[in-house]
Design a binder for this molecule. Structure first.
Ligand SMILES: [Zn+2]
Length: 267
């Protein structure tokens, strides 16, 4: 594998990309991105991400997952419920050969997003069930964790998960290092350059456990601008600066990490 970027967590099936997808894909390739690990949040997105893989088979690596928050961002946002699995689980099995990971799954205990204990219990049930599916299908997991850093890592370790990416992790460095010990990877989107809050974390996680992501269309350099995979170099350069390494080293090692974790995406 030559020097390439791997965007380990992006939402290329999002409606934000439907109007000008070809241009976005063109800029993605121009930027040297060789693989888009394309996560999903809701069952309605599953067909779209498979369709994108058919259109761009050398680029799009699909993941299926139910996000802890459904209808995210909108007024109907709610915690995922065990009943949501009924519609989703059959697809995990019927398309198992095409998936590179299970995700985006995880826990979001932000108080205004999951205000009740019932919300948090429901999220946990759905999370554990999807971790089980990942183990059964021998797939890594692509993880969302917000206001739940320690409980996310503890749960994955208890379930016997050994292959995981924690995307946009913002927990304490000491908690992240527990994840490193368990063999987990951590990725950071361009938004981490907005301030220095994540610098300590980035410095402490060994490069051998770091991956790159954009989380497009969210988490770009500028808050209200649509983010896209071509911006991945922003994350690369920032991580390089914080760690005192060359961007080239960060690009090379993070791509190796990504293909080791998402082994099915490396062909
Ligand atoms: Zn995401």
């Amino acid at each position: 594998m030559d020097f390439a970027f791997v965007d380990c967590h992006c939402h290329i099936s999002a409606t934000e990309f439907q109007l000008d997808l070809q241009d976005v894909i063109h800029r993605t390739r121009q930027a040297g991105v060789k693989t888009l690990v394309a996560v999903t949040e809701e069952v309605e997105e599953f067909p779209r991400v498979l369709q994108l893989q058919e259109s761009y088979p050398d680029l799009v690596a699909p993941c299926f997952g139910l996000h802890p928050l459904q209808a995210g961002g909108g007024p109907a946002q709610r915690s995922v419920k065990p009943q949501d699995l009924d519609a989703a689980l059959p697809h995990f099995y019927s398309h198992r050969e095409r998936l590179v990971a299970i995700g985006e799954i995880g826990l979001d205990f932000t108080p205004w997003c999951a205000p009740t204990q019932q919300d948090r219990d429901d999220q946990m049930k759905v999370f554990i069930r999807q971790l089980d599916v990942a183990l059964e299908l021998d797939l890594p997991v692509n993880i969302h964790s917000r206001s739940a850093a320690k409980v996310t890592i503890d749960t994955m370790r208890q379930q016997g998960i050994s292959r995981a990416l924690l995307h946009n992790f913002a927990g304490k460095p000491s908690v992240a290092l527990e994840g490193v010990k368990a063999g987990y990877f951590f990725s950071f989107p361009p938004a981490v350059c907005r301030n220095q809050q994540r610098d300590k974390l980035i410095r402490q996680i060994p490069l051998e456990h770091v991956c790159l992501e954009t989380d497009s269309p969210a988490l770009g350099l500028h808050r209200h601008e649509r983010n896209e995979p071509a911006n991945i170099a922003v994350s690369c350069c920032y991580i390089a600066k914080v760690k005192g390494l060359s961007p080239h080293t960060v690009q090379l090692v993070t791509a190796q990490n990504a293909y080791r974790l998402f082994s099915r995406a490396s062909q």
